[in-house]
Design a protein around this ligand. Sequence first.
Ligand code: FES
Length: 107
Amino acid sequence: MLKRLESATPTPEVTITIDGVPYQVPSTLSVAAAVLLHQGVAGYRRHGAGGHRAPLCMMGVCHDCLITIDDAPNRQGCLVTVEQGMRVCRQLDDRGCEREGRDDADL
Ligand code: FES
């Protein structure tokens, strides 16, 4: 699990939703970092066969961070900074964001 260093400079926070659930995240994080912070590597997304996928490069090269942001699917989460009210949906299956409000217990 990822966590911020205690020595990290405090930053203002914004509220985003991940699959319909609100989370407070530092305003300086990318969407990928915010999702990793709250969902962990295994909870980021799944590929067609059902295995886990997660961001790898965090710099726009690998495309393993694809995620739905404000109803736009397949955005590179590592290249987008979180914003107040942003709606993020993990692409865990073919149904995309249709299951907002789910949690890991639903998987
Ligand atoms: S993590 Fe590699 S492109 Fe986003």
